[in-house]
Write a protein that binds this ligand. Structure first.
Ligand code: GTP
Ligand code: MG
Length: 246
């Protein structure tokens, strides 16, 4: 197994140092790619300093804030050109923990060869720490809504902590992935599900961001909700059509 951890950053100077330290202390050999969108607070420069001192740390600089999905897709393209076997999505802000990452990688390396391991807050053994009740409700509701609207049988469809099998990503056409708001996590889950992928959930403990500012705005949230609804209608209409044809 040769995984790479992709960490997108926008103004995470307060949290990226400890995130890199923790991943490196638990998984010293692992490769990391920081994808920075020209953070005005110098996060990209900091990542460059770390990369200069450690050959396993890489940095991809993008010119300006282009959104989380676009940053990940650029990171995927970079990683898939090399011989990595697994590609990890991980936030910089301390919400995703290195100990959980280790478990997720072990799960990804299991004999049943999952195509996607979702780091799940909402399966037994998973949970959240210090997350405001309002965010917990939003996450649970968002997942319920997505499950009902799209028929996806997973507990944490919108999770951002994930391990993908690289060959599975290579086999998918990611050119038209929906990059609206945070809907793209759901879109990726659905793409893999429709592709017949083996998707499993590994419990994680998600922590409230440790410092810095959230990039999740209400606009992003409502854009994602709108997209789920649109896709949900499409899903149910095609389901109804296939039933009436029978
Ligand atoms: N490169 C890049 N990274 C981004 C962008 N937007 C968010 N990120 C990063 O994506 C990760 C998730 O963003 P967050 O702001 O933590 O979003 P969230 O986890 O939903 O919200 P909070 O944790 O509550 O703040 C963090 O590492 C951010 O720095 C972007 O436009 N470009
Ligand atoms: Mg966060």
């Amino acid at each position: 197994m040769k995984p790479i951890v992709i960490i997108p950053t926008y103004n995470e100077i307060e949290t990226l140092p400890s995130t890199l330290d923790r991943v490196k202390s638990v998984l010293p050999e692992i490769d990391i790619l920081v994808v920075d969108d020209g953070s005005p607070d110098g996060t990209g420069d900091y990542a460059d300093t770390r990369a200069a001192a450690d050959a396993t740390i890489h940095v991809l600089h993008r010119p300006g804030k282009g959104g989380l999905a676009a940053a990940y897709l650029a990171g995927f393209a970079w990683a898939l050109e090399s011989d990595y076997t697994h590609v990890v999505q991980m936030d910089a802000d301390g919400s995703h923990r290195a100990g959980d990452l280790k478990n997720m990688l072990e799960r990804a390396d299991g004999a049943d060869e999952p195509d996607l391991v979702i780091g799940s807050r909402w399966v037994p053994g998973g949970g959240v720490v210090n997350w405001p009740r309002s965010r917990q409700y939003l996450s649970r509701l968002g997942n319920l809504y997505n499950r009902a609207a799209l028929g996806l049988p997973y507990a944490d469809i919108t999770a951002g902590f994930r391990v993908y099998r690289a060959d599975t990503l290579r086999a998918l056409d990611l050119n038209d992935v929906e990059i609206v708001g945070y809907y793209w996590q759901t879109d990726m889950t659905q793409r893999l599900h429709d592709h017949g992928a083996h998707i499993v959930e590994e419990p994680i403990t998600f922590h409230e961001r440790e410092a810095g500012e959230s990039k999740l705005s209400s606009t992003i949230f409502f854009e994602s909700l709108k997209e789920s609804t649109k896709r949900g209608f499409r899903h149910h209409t095609s389901l109804a059509k296939s039933i009436t044809k029978r």
